[in-house]
Design a protein around this ligand. Structure first.
Ligand code: HEC
Ligand code: HEC
Ligand code: HEC
Ligand code: HEC
Length: 225
């Protein structure tokens, strides 16, 4: 009986598609996706973001298949407020960190203008043609325009912010690596979009979040409130 159960479990594992989390999510733009926004001619999933060869250079991104819109994000376009008082959150000090984060990658679709841009390396499987049938998302919360001014700040060295305000923030769990399982990036432990989000939909929270935000659990992983 035990053996049968083990075999059944193994069969179930083999049967589940390896790309289950992206597949049919809103980040699946393949022609057979169940998402609303998708191409009409390319039935690959990863290709809308990644390419095995000839990807974008100069970005801290794995094998990126898209151009980056509008060059760089300017300091004036970053979040700022009278109460955002840590030097590590001041736009003039973090603009480089934001441009080297994953934000430009997300903005290559979420700026409301670049989703329809050509892929750097269109798939051979489709005859090296560019995606057809895509249209830019407009008029909803998924479109950020070309600024991040009214979006949660990113680009901060989380450990430095926390050290200056230990009553306001929980300490990093592993220095420069994570806070409560939320990943920090580069050698300094900087916050990116992917600190909160999992673009592949494997993080366990909606929408594409690294954890459920029920009871604001995501927010209170960092903020002591
Ligand atoms: C909508 C865009 C998008 C799609 C579609 C996508 N990815 Fe990604 N992927 C990203 C981004 C952005 C990152 C960088 C994540 C980060 O900032 O941590 C990434 C990172 C990765 C990484 C390295 C880091 C990690 O998470 O292991 C791998 C491997 C990867 N993707 C594989 C895939 C595969 C395989 C597919 C298709 C089944 C796929 N991705 C589909 C955007 C995408
Ligand atoms: C290849 C284009 C592309 C890239 C790159 C991309 N997205 Fe998206 N994303 C989309 C589309 C298309 C939607 C669906 C928009 C809609 O239906 O209004 C979406 C939706 C979302 C949603 C909302 C999901 C929901 O269930 O409502 C989140 C959150 C999101 N993306 C985060 C990110 C983050 C974070 C990154 C970068 C790490 C990223 N995306 C990169 C195309 C992209
Ligand atoms: C501090 C955590 C955090 C960071 C950092 C963050 N997000 Fe989000 N994001 C969220 C949460 C939480 C939601 C869900 C909001 C809701 O449903 O009310 C969300 C929602 C979204 C949505 C869906 C539209 C909406 O407003 O609900 C998109 C698209 C998105 N984020 C993209 C991004 C991009 C791109 C970045 C980086 C520039 C980013 N996020 C950085 C936490 C974050
Ligand atoms: C990974 C850690 C982390 C998570 C998760 C997180 N934050 Fe933050 N948040 C920060 C840091 C760091 C700052 C910058 C604080 C500073 O430098 O003053 C910040 C800034 C803010 C600010 C701006 C305060 C100001 O003075 O203008 C608000 C508001 C905020 N966060 C709310 C939220 C909410 C709501 C959530 C959940 C949706 C959330 N945060 C999730 C780390 C986080």
């Amino acid at each position: 009986m035990k053996k049968v159960l083990v075999l059944l479990a193994a069969a179930a594992l083999l049967a589940s598609p390896a790309f289950g989390a992206v597949r049919n999510s809103k980040h699946d733009l393949s022609s057979s996706s169940t998402a609303t926004i998708k191409s009409t001619n390319i039935d690959e999933v990863c290709v809308f973001c990644h390419t095995p060869h000839s990807g974008a250079t100069g970005l801290l991104a794995p094998l990126w298949n898209r151009s980056i819109p509008g060059g760089s994000i300017a300091a004036a376009d970053l979040y700022n407020s009278a109460t955002l008082d840590q030097t590590n959150s001041n736009p003039s000090t973090v603009v480089g960190a934001v441009n080297n984060s994953d934000a430009p990658l997300c903005m290559s679709c979420h700026d409301g203008a670049s989703l329809t841009d050509p892929l750097l390396n269109p798939p051979a499987s489709a005859g090296n043609v560019q995606p057809a049938g895509l249209s830019n998302v407009t008029g909803n919360a998924n479109v950020f325009g070309d600024t991040l001014r009214n979006d949660h700040p990113i680009g901060m060295d989380y450990g430095a912010v926390q050290a200056a305000d230990t009553a306001g923030f929980n300490a990093e769990t592993t220095a420069n690596v994570d806070v409560g399982g939320l990943p920090l990036y580069t050698a300094n432990g900087v916050m990116w979009c992917s600190t909160c989000h999992d673009v592949h939909g494997q993080g366990g929270g909606d929408p594409f979040l690294n954890m459920s935000n029920a009871g604001s659990a995501l927010c209170t992983t960092c903020h002591i409130k």
